[in-house]
Design a binder for this molecule. Sequence first.
Ligand SMILES: [Zn+2]
Length: 352
Amino acid sequence: MRARFKPALTGLAVVGLALMCGLGSTPALAEEPAKQLFGNTPLPAATEARVHGFYSSGCIAGAVAMPIDGPNWQAMRLERNRRWGHPDLIALVQRLSREAAADGWPGLLVGDISQPRGGPMLSGHASHQVGLDADIWLTKMPNRRLTQSERANTSAVSVLKQGTLHVDPAIWTAEHAKLLRRAASYGAVERLFVHPGIKRAMCDAYGADRGNDRWMIKIRPYYGHHYHFHIRMKCPADSPNCRPQDPVPASGNGCDASLDWWFTSEPWTPKPQAPGTKPRPRREKTLADLPNACRGVLRAPRPASESLATYSASFDQVAMIASAVPIADAAPARAALPGLARLPIPADRPRQ
Ligand SMILES: [Zn+2]
């Protein structure tokens, strides 16, 4: 008996030692891809809002959720849990939804913002890491509440004419142009990203008037961005550790040779590989690549809520996550969503 018991004890000790080493070793955590750490954290850091780092390399504490529904918006792809942003950005998107409605855009379909604590994502997006970037669909909101499955599965519609670099006049409307004009007009907006064909359409609509230059220059042509456009906010005043982007040019409206370049073959032709070089595999970003403060953001406590234990289905889960953060006040359409009546009603305005 004794002889057989001993090896078992030794085995346990070995397992214990291995566990201790594995759990306690900081290098292992430091080498884990940052996207795993941030992508698997379901709730924000319950602190004051603070942005750390750059749009494509950073994190955010104290993010708040864009409510699933509001009078003039619906959030899409809820299962991704990427509706989190700096309170100023959430307020700005809500303001845009109201003012765009007055311009004739029936409501925003809100796509990805950031993860609860920002950081790199498990899929898509180089930026969206600091709660200051938001994707808004270029599809008008229908005048009914979408179901969970519609929000997960409905495709956005490209505004481009198939096979061309230009907007399709059968899809692109004056209201699209007014929506972008409105978004770019906000002082807190750093820039918008749109497809070059959309920038061209904006130049055709508004480029002749020099009085439009200050907001027109903020509309930046880029790859993709013909199913949605991307709003980027400036660093908020509460976040000295937020690294700003180089400002847009101080003069002009961007309806110039820099836009014409996008309609040449150059930006669309893959660069030939220099002979003898191998493509370098992209290294996964780790915590060491992000601002130091992001370690603290990951470790910070989440908002207290007794409902946390009841997370189950993703739709409810997302709703619970949103409800765990004080967002206050009311929006009328909530009752239309099955199973959500017991949850706090989403807000027209975010927490101040
Ligand atoms: Zn985006």
